[in-house]
Design a protein. Structure first.
Length: 332
């Protein structure tokens, strides 16, 4: 058994009594045997008063439109390299603040302005030849989904031009044409958030969950809106409501762990970090988040090993310094 696998097994045993996870989640055998490309994850700390978020709003399939960044704290953003499809959060305890150079997230306006037309305009279908006009031309008919896709493409262009209000109207029309056009729903919520219409953004996302309750991206996006609205508990409740359909989704568990850590609920955070590591055992970011919660729970030996493993796997320069500082504190 590998060193990290044994470490996770020991962690699971020590924290089983206070775990909020189902009993079936306590078997850590084979943790190191599975992995997949990690999308962006934030590691939060529960004892600080501020939160760093650099996020993106997940779209349907390959379509992704970024979510806004809330007010930054003095702590590092822990971001893994890979295709970005998920929001990021970061916060750690006050005892070791990393360099201020990582405090400034990318301006929201620049993020939304860079949204590409992620899907080509769908080509219209044609009616049977029997419907041809006397002149021989064929009537072209668009499906509801195609009309929504064209409206979505139009809205993306309007957002690029800074016409958020007009884009919102276009996206509303797209959803009236085809309510299951999830990219339009995500972009509409993103635009509403950009213009400070938080309640409207929540409504749009909740409607999406009513129509498609299995979509984890809607749960995570709604949690982000709650965070921007300074309602951490609502964000946690939203994520917990998605657990029945989350299964072993690593991104989902890592985000929930971050929120729980941010609220000081470290026993629960540890269980969800471990759940994420079952699917992403080599995620330095998740290991760093796990180390933070373990250190808060005074489990120094496990925290030190989590930091050490994160360092070995590789972190960004600022996070590397942070992890090394934390490790030195524990081995003195």
């Amino acid at each position: 058994m590998s060193l990290v696998n044994q470490m996770l097994k020991d962690i699971d045993k020590r924290h089983a009594a206070s775990s909020a996870m189902p009993a079936s989640h306590h078997d850590l055998q084979g943790v190191m045997r599975s992995a997949f490309p990690w999308r962006t994850v934030l590691l939060g700390g529960g004892l600080v008063a501020a939160l760093v978020m650099a996020g993106v709003l997940v779209l349907n399939g390959k379509r992704a439109v970024p979510m806004p960044t809330p007010v930054a704290s003095s702590l590092p953003v822990v971001v893994a390299s890979a295709p970005v499809q998920m929001a990021s959060f970061a916060a750690v305890s006050k005892s070791a603040e990393p360099p201020a150079s990582v405090q400034k997230p990318q301006p929201v306006a620049q993020v939304i302005a860079a949204v590409p037309p992620v899907m080509p305009t769908l080509k219209p279908t044609t009616t049977p030849a029997a419907n041809a006009s006397p002149s021989g031309s064929v009537t072209r008919v668009l499906t509801a989904e195609q009309r929504a896709e064209n409206l979505y493409t139009d809205a993306v262009e309007r957002i690029r031009q800074g016409q958020n209000s007009d884009a919102q109207g276009v996206l509303k029309r797209a959803l009236s044409e085809y309510p299951l056009h999830h990219a339009s729903r995500q972009l509409w919520a993103r635009s509403l958030l950009e213009t400070g219409q938080l309640d409207e953004a929540k409504t749009v996302l909740r409607d999406g969950l009513t129509l498609a309750p299995q979509r984890l991206d809607f749960y995570m996006a709604l949690a982000q809106v709650s965070l921007v609205d300074n309602d951490l508990e609502a964000a946690i409740k939203t994520m917990q409501s998605g657990l029945p359909v989350a299964a072993d989704n690593a991104e989902f568990h890592a985000l929930l762990a971050t929120l729980l850590q941010r609220s000081g609920r470290h026993d629960e955070a540890i269980q969800h970090f471990v759940a994420a590591l079952r699917k992403q055992p080599d995620s330095a970011n998740v290991l760093l988040g796990l180390g933070i919660s373990l250190q808060e729970k005074k489990d120094k030996a496990s925290a030190a090993e989590a930091y050490q493993r994160a360092i070995e796997l590789g972190l960004s320069p600022s996070l590397m310094q942070f992890a090394q500082d934390r490790l030195r504190q524990l081995i003195r």
